[in-house]
Design a protein around this ligand. Sequence first.
Ligand code: SF4
Length: 349
Amino acid sequence: MKVSRKKRILTGDRPTGKLHLGHYVGSLINRVKLQHDYDTFLLIADVQALTTHWEQPELIRESVMDVAMDNLAVGVDPEVATLCVQSMIPEIAELTVFYGLFTHMNKLRHNPTTKAEALQYGMIHENGDLMTGFDQLTYGFFGYPLSQAADITFVRAHLVPVGEDQKPHIELTRDIVKKFNELYGRGKEIIPMPEALVSDVPRLTALDGGTKMSKSLGNVINISDSYDEIRSTVWKAVTDPQKIRKNDAGHPDICNVFKYHKIFNTEEDVATIEQDCRSGALGCVECKGRLTDVLHGMLAPFRERRKGYEAHPERVEEILREGTKKARRIGQETVAMVKEALKVDYFAV
Ligand code: SF4
């Protein structure tokens, strides 16, 4: 196996559908940039997706291919980055069990990210916490941050690109690594300490202004959307409710279409739109048309590249198979080191 001297990055996606613009600005742009400077591993976290979608295994299976194609479409280069599938790497599950041996329940119970997500999925009551209001909470979901620690450490990643909201998971991973090395390393660092690489990326809100972004709510644009799909979603966007006629003076600061212009359009166009909205020279219909054109212009090359992969799914399967094999070999090394440290390396079977 070729050993890279670059630092290793682990990041990934939960395959619960196609990736959308929120994923693009939140992490995909960044990973495409980082892939040349770091040894990049992109984990498609299907087991983690099943902790919330265990009743929809077909959706998860289909989404694994969609997520892989979306990554490749935006410019992830399989020659430099490694795409791999979580469930095909049993060493991650092994590490999860080992980490659970010395991680206290309270660490998991007070994780603010897990709590916010459990609320979002209706697994706990508004006033409950992860130990008292848990009638709908599963063991798998409660413990998924442990599995995420295993995701990060099976490739012995040095860096994990995350948004602010994911920082508690990295803190937990660091606690686990520190404790493991102290308990079993006998002075040696067996698992490298991972660092969070917090990027200053804009957080995209849904076009209807809601916090939940989903295709079924019709408030997100997928990376693979056609011109008509982009247009139809942009047309439903919530704008300034007081701007009823074209010539009414508008308030771009409270308009979702303007938020998108600010992220995706040029500074010059944004300044003109702001001015013309406020003066009443620009109407919402035209403004939405301009946003549609900007988004279409940005996404069209991705869609073209994606079409090539859609026509040859066997190529995507091959990329996933080779990437998973490579990642698994590293995971096997890691588990061997962990088992030796835990003194459970009795014999080869
Ligand atoms: S003109 Fe554009 S920025 Fe102004 S309210 Fe309408 S859609 Fe929003």
